[in-house]
Design a protein around this ligand. Sequence first.
Ligand SMILES: Nc1nc2c(c(=O)[nH]1)N[C@H]1C(S)=C(S)[C@@H](COP(=O)(O)O)O[C@H]1N2
Ligand SMILES: [Mo]
Length: 321
Amino acid sequence: MLVRRPNVWDLPSNALTPERDWVDRRSVLRALGYAGAGLALPSCLPHAAPTPAAAVPSTFEWDLPAATPNVSYPLDRPLTDELAAATHNNFYEFTTDKARVWELASSLRPKPWTIEVRGDVEKPFDLGLEDVLANFQLEERTYRFRCVEAWSMAVPWIGVPLAKFVERCKPLSKAKFIRFVSAGDAAMFPGIASQPWYAWPYYEGLSVREATNELSLLAVGIYGHALPNQHGAPIRLVVPWKYGYKNIKSIVRIEFREDPPATFWNDLANDEYDFYGNVRPDRPHPRWSQATEQKIPSGERVPTLMYNGYADLVSSLYPPG
Ligand SMILES: Nc1nc2c(c(=O)[nH]1)N[C@H]1C(S)=C(S)[C@@H](COP(=O)(O)O)O[C@H]1N2
Ligand SMILES: [Mo]
């Protein structure tokens, strides 16, 4: 079957910048006859405030063993309010509407969960999430988080250092890159069937040197408990010096390889989202500046830091300049 792949300019407005999203929302409202819209939004519109009491469930599919607090990565800003982080998400397998991911995400079933380890390793294997929880010491780490769309948060993750996980995979010396793949079960993700123009399942990649950097984390929790579905339950990548799109959610496959893997956003817009996705305030996105970012939920605009403030730990991975 021939699936039509859109040009970038066909992508839904919320795939673009928050500014662009705002403009489009106003034109939608105008088209609906709400002149001067933006002041009083009728409650039936999609961007009306949700009632997010259920956004952070009080029970989770997975109980996490105790995590060791790792205080090596202090924040320069307060943590984002948990409810704010849980109701502003990018997870296109549900919807491109960041404010609605949390309510649609109840169809994700994160238990049981199996991860396939494949490719250039001594011996390919599968492991269940329970194996991850039983075999690795969890750490709690607070990190800044910067989306390519120029919004940011500061979040306490719980997870396994990816370097420890990679070591357990016993990669062959020729393995220089890792490909990560998200779950792609249409029954769990309504956005897969409703947006067939995307190349599901979501896929991402890192070099092995990046994956074994001390910052790289396979997160299984956030704010002291297991990941709620909208944050990528039950296991997702966290690479805080890179833009959000590198932080792939709901991972089912980890594949070691010699060559850089293709990545979801790079395949969609090669000139807008590169393989590395490093946070660089000096390198504007073709359609907007990356020099500043807006904190969620206040909207306060602050300067963006080189490598999102982690230059000391990661700049040696890249050529100078
Ligand atoms: N599978 C999958 N992973 C994904 C995405 C996605 O759409 N699908 N969006 C990415 C983007 S663009 C961002 S900004 C972060 C958002 O993570 P959060 O919702 O937990 O804050 O998830 C990333 N991981
Ligand atoms: Mo993002």
